[in-house]
Design a binder for this molecule. Sequence first.
Ligand SMILES: CCCCCCCCCC/C=C\CCCC(=O)SCCNC(=O)CCNC(=O)[C@H](O)C(C)(C)COP(=O)(O)OP(=O)(O)OC[C@H]1O[C@@H](n2cnc3c(N)ncnc32)[C@H](O)[C@@H]1OP(=O)(O)O
Ligand SMILES: Cc1cc2nc3c(=O)[nH]c(=O)nc-3n(C[C@H](O)[C@H](O)[C@H](O)COP(=O)(O)OP(=O)(O)OC[C@H]3O[C@@H](n4cnc5c(N)ncnc54)[C@H](O)[C@@H]3O)c2cc1C
Length: 607
Amino acid sequence: MEGVDHLAHERNKAQFDVAVMKAVWAGSRDAYELFHRFSRLVANDPEMFIPAIKAQATEEQQKQWLPLANKMKIIGSYTQTELGHGSNVRGLETTATFDPKTDEFVLNSPTLTATKWWPGGLGKIATHALAHARLIIDDKDYGVHGFLVQLRSLDDHLTLPGITIGDIGMKYGSGAYNTMDNGSLIFDHVRIPRNQMLMRLSQVTREGKYVPSNVPRQLSYGTMVYVRQKIVFDASIALSRAVCISTRYSAVRRQFGSHNGSPETQVIDYKTQQARLFPLLASAYAIRFVSEWLNSFYKDLLQRLEAKDFSTLPEAHACTAGLKSITTSVAADGIEECRKLCGGHGYLTSSGLPELSAVYIPACTYEGDNVVMLLQVARYLMKTISQLKSGNKPVGTTAYLGRAEQLMQYHSDVLRAEDWLKPNVVVEAFEARAARMSMACAQNLSKFNNPEDGFQELSADLVEAATAHCQLIIVSKFIEKLQQDIPGKGVKEQLGVLRSIYALFLLHKHIGDFLSTDCITPKQGYLANEQLRSLYSQVRPNAIALVDAFNYTDHFLSSVLGRYDGNVYPKLYEEAWKDPLNDTSIPDGFHEYVQPMLKQPLHHGRL
Ligand SMILES: CCCCCCCCCC/C=C\CCCC(=O)SCCNC(=O)CCNC(=O)[C@H](O)C(C)(C)COP(=O)(O)OP(=O)(O)OC[C@H]1O[C@@H](n2cnc3c(N)ncnc32)[C@H](O)[C@@H]1OP(=O)(O)O
Ligand SMILES: Cc1cc2nc3c(=O)[nH]c(=O)nc-3n(C[C@H](O)[C@H](O)[C@H](O)COP(=O)(O)OP(=O)(O)OC[C@H]3O[C@@H](n4cnc5c(N)ncnc54)[C@H](O)[C@@H]3O)c2cc1C
């Protein structure tokens, strides 16, 4: 029925102020108002190009290029990855050779594997590329730098001489990512003026002298840090969207359990459904809050960089790389789990979930493969530990490693299931687990003569240690969020329940880590699980209101199953009838191919 709220009875169960929770989810009341007025930005916005110019171009270059990019007079593509090299940026093959006679750089793709491959917007639309290439002066290789290269005429959009561009072809699924023209590009001795090398960090003079910057070379990777922290925020949106669909549908869907004609059981009441769904609901909130923190950390980094303070750059890199990795993996896996939680209907395009999944899963790869990113975190952790001996006191997200000795002695003192609700009890267990896993890796690494050999050999363990570290960050930031003043009836209590679910679910999932590092006993692990079950029961009456707090419109969710009013079945049926196959009762080709078979004579009563 139109106009009836089929989920009203669920909404009436809520034990908290949903309006306040909406503001908490949005980040602030102002952010909520803004969000309410404007529909959200499209995630795959190819303006990535602009942050790169801001980060790597001189002020003069910015004055020249940013107005053009902002007014869409030029369309740029961030062109880094090549057919043969993506993760290993230092391995890129494209060259930009300085020609002192003409005061130009000559861009060239020396091999097939040097073909630029993947950049968004490149295939059909971009007029310019921010191309990453090895700077060569007098046969000397100065490593990878950024160059602004015009690709297509601004008059007729035809490619310029020496440039071969194409689209790289269809991608996974049939959905929206195929509307993105990820491109391939070959340079054949393409000339650009010297002032189109982005020279904020290092310069090449008219005489062909290379002037290295007096700032860390890693600043040239700044765009990746910026985009990675955006991607963490994006993960909270993608996961919460899937969770919203799946939670609402789980309250609508009924299976089994009818007695004497009573309705069947709502599938959301099955404990197995809750144990799969509610940790994802909690994860969506956890990722949201850690992204909020990461964004403020990033803003602080920018202020410091302005003041030539580079001290937090390594931590910013480790945090953005690690959290990008963990949160996109959780979101991608979570979306798939949400699809399964919706049973057969989840596989229908009209559920919104297959499309969301197909568009989202490359987040585990782009802007840094997730394993490669965790290995960067592991390097940072190993470096931090190696510096402990020289008295360096770690700060920020690795401060706990400064208490490594104490954490190596730690044994959880949990006696009852409720003890696991205490934030300090949880944090200590997560700190001890992360510290012990990292310390064990550091100890094993020290047995190798060549640290790089050791790093390769132990890389699987290092990835696990990095994961434990990143999970600790997320748990800690959730706890810190709740130390803030949060008004509204029941809001803080509900967030407290979600915080405990998030932490205890992780503990349950990684119980092997906690037991093998001797941080907790099997009995304490059992108590954590017992507490988790009771927390699921506390979330149950609030589940619909907790996803309403995301404040997503039906238009944004694009899902028949996730409709606000829960009016799922008539709409599913209606959607099916929009399938072009239903335009006619006899399908195309029936008369040509199927009917002749049906009309074949029977032999001895058989075909
Ligand atoms: C407007 C934006 C909106 C965004 C909205 C969100 C939605 C986004 C949708 C976007 C869709 C698609 C976008 C996709 C775009 C792309 O994929 S662009 C291509 C991205 N490519 C990568 O990410 C490549 C990954 N590889 C690397 O980053 C590096 O090669 C790697 C870090 C793996 C290794 O670098 P090296 O220099 O070779 O390595 P090391 O020796 O390991 O490191 C040297 C030191 O440098 C430190 N480091 C490394 N990276 C950084 C960094 N980014 N910042 C600061 N520091 C860094 C590293 O820790 C080492 O430090 P140390 O010497 O040990 O102290
Ligand atoms: C949808 C999409 C959009 C993209 N958009 C852009 C764009 O706009 N601009 C751009 O320049 N690029 C873009 N890319 C490219 C993207 O950044 C790279 O694909 C990404 O960085 C991964 O690199 P790769 O493809 O070389 O993977 P590989 O490094 O080849 O990964 C293959 C496997 O090797 C493993 N591996 C690699 N190195 C190591 C190691 N050191 N230790 C252990 N395991 C390792 C990885 O974990 C993975 O399992 C895009 C990619 C996708 C999928």
